[in-house]
Design a protein around this ligand. Sequence first.
Ligand code: SF4
Length: 404
Amino acid sequence: MKITFPHTGNMYIPIKVLLETIGIDYVMPPLCNIKTLECGSAHSPEFICMPFKIILGDFIHGIQNGADTVLFCGGLGQCRLGYYGDLQAEILKSIGHNVKFICIDLTFLTVREIVEKLKPLTEGKSPVKILRGIACAIWTVFRVDKLYRLASYTRCREVVKGCTDNTMKQFHHRVQNARGFKAIIKEINWAKWTLETIKTDKKAKPLKVAIVGELYVALEPYANLDIEKKLGNMGVEVHNKLSVSHWIMEHFIKRNLPVKSKDTSHEAGKEFMKTDDIGGHGLETIGNAVLCSRNRYDGIIHLYPFTCMPEIIAQCTFNEIQNKYGVPIMTLILDEMTGEAGYMTRVEAFIDMLERKRKAGTPDRILNLAWMFNWHGFVNYINRGGNMLLKRRNRKNGSKETAT
Ligand code: SF4
């Protein structure tokens, strides 16, 4: 039995650890590229969301490279993710790929669910080995996400541009050739050490921008046109609010603990959407936008695939959030037709606007004090004042330019 799985950003690293620790034979599809999307789109319904198409492309490439079993994580819920697994299995069958399809339900993920679903692949393997594989994979997820946060910190501050990107490129190359938990952790340590030795500008105060939205496009650099890297190279500190480690903490570790605790982003989202669920990561998107606004981020970028229902609902609340907190939010909708030039023009214009806003803005200390005492009215007043100043300055600059 040879298994294949879809890519989602850096998720292939913990999956590699899981399968190699347990001793399951696998085929990793090539990292997402134009061929993956084209192949998936050719066999998908036209208006299905982009993640479906890329994931299907991954499956087809994995099968063409010798896999006979597909491992996928789906779930129930109000959006299309609920029927991804069944539909993809049907499509694969209809194009002549009669493979075994294993779908792990993410809705109520437990260790038992993982062990049960992996049973056909783990026959004859000791339970200790399986549990060790799961534990090592979870540990790797947290280590990799920490490394990405470090990369995001150094990229926008590095003195010699490109050092962080080179290190991360080498890291991915090395990790793909490494086998087993120990070897992969060694590569993570190497990348961490290399990033720490990069010379950075300690006095730099980069713009702080958060990424919120749909999980797949926020995590997969091919789907979001490598926005984290591009923003970082523009001197922006990027905080991606949708890491896999956060998802595991909220949906796996906390749910399996005897003491229940609330998801902070869900709770924050309820301020603008009085419901428990709108499907996908919709409520988390609203909550993350609220939390980032409260934490005085300079701006928020909202990413979602074209036709994604939960994110369209979440987007409806952004006007109210912006009016209340005064932090700009820009939405970028992605699909296979997205052109890089137009996309980057919007990103650059947004960053330019944030820089001007910061220059014209109020000192952070006053605003932080206002938030501390919950003076919403005062903050709105200050923000309005800042915007008026900005407009006046732009008008002045405009008239000078016309006069010259
Ligand atoms: S969250 Fe959006 S993109 Fe993801 S499966 Fe649901 S509808 Fe599609």
